[in-house]
Design a protein around this ligand. Sequence first.
Ligand code: HEC
Length: 321
Amino acid sequence: MTKPRIGTFLSVVLTLLVVYALVKWGIPALSREVTSLPFPLPVPGTLMFFYMMLTIIALFLIVTFSDEGLNDFLRPVKKLLRGGYTKILRAVVLTAIPAVIGWQVYEITVPKVEVPSSLRIQHPSSNFPKSFEDKKNPIASLTAADVDAFIEQAKANEVQFIAQVQEDIDHWLEEVDPEHVLEFFPQGSMKKLLTEIAAGEVNRETAKAALSEKNLFEGRALYAMNCRACHGDSVAGDGPMADGFKLRPINFTDNGTIETIVEGYTFWRVSNGGPGLPAEATPWDSAMPEWKLSLAEEQRWRIIQAEYDLAQKTPRIPESH
Ligand code: HEC
C-alpha cells in the first residue's frame, strides 16, 4: 500500500494553517469549556506570534534537514515561477503577494478614528433595591437601649466583644491583668467612662462615645481581616493585592467614592460585590467579593462604620430626608 503523498510545500502550508487555527479558535473554545464562562478567553497577540515563530522554526529545520527535503519544498515554487502551472496563475500570484503586503502595511499605518473606550459607571444603581435606600447602620446609630446595656456591662466589668477579637483581648487580660477590661482602649472617652463608673455616676453621653469607640475597634478588626488585602491599611485602595487587579480596589479616601453614596447603597455593594453589579458596571469586571456569602449582616455594618471612619468620610444623606 502506498501512502498518499502531498508535497512538502503543501504540508508546510497546511501545518501553518492548522497551528494558526488551533491557537486562534481552538484555545478560546477550550477555555470556554474549562472556565464555563459565557465568553471565550482571547489569546494575546504576542502568544500567537510566539507559537507561529516556533512553528516556522520547526518547519524550517525539517525542510532544510536534507538537500532532498529542500528541493522537494522548492519544486512547486520553481515550477510556478517558470510558468509550469500556466502563466496566468504565475501572474496572479506575483501580483497578489505584493498587493496583500501593501494592503497590510496600509492598514497598519493609516490613521484610524476610534470609538473612545466606554467609561465605567462606578455607581450603577439600575438593580439596586430601593428598599435599601433608607437603611440605617444599626451599629453606628446607637439606641438608648444599646447604651444602657453597655453601661450595665461596663459596670459589671463584663463587656462583650465580637468573637474575632475576644481571643486577643483575653490574651491582653492575662498579660496585663488590669482592673477593668476597658483599660484596653487608650481613648479619652473610655478613660472618662471608667472614672465615672468608679465615682458611681455614669453620664450617658460618655457611655455612648465609649461604646462607639468599642464598635469602631471591632469594625476595624473585621476590616483588617477581610478588606485590608485589597483596600489597604489606609483605606486608599492600596492593599498588597491591589496591584493585581486591572480594576483597582476603590480608594475610600477619594471624594468621589463612598462619600457620594447613601449607606444603604454601600451596604448593598459590600453584600453583593462584583457579581451583583449590573451590566453598566462593565467593561471591566470587579474583583470585589460577594460578602453576604461570608459575613453576617451585623459584621458588614460594623465594617462599613469603620470604613467611613477610617476614610474620615460621612455617607450621603438619602433624598427622602
Ligand atoms: C479581592 C479584592 C477585594 C477585597 C478583599 C475587598 N474589595 Fe471592595 N472592591 C474591590 C474592587 C476591585 C472594587 C472596585 C470595583 C467595584 O466598583 O466593584 C471594590 C469596591 C468596593 C466598594 C464600592 C465603593 C464605591 O464607591 O462604589 C465598597 C464599598 C467596597 N469595595 C467595600 C469593601 C469591603 C467593606 C470589603 C471587606 C469586607 C472589601 N471591599 C473587600 C476589591 C476588593
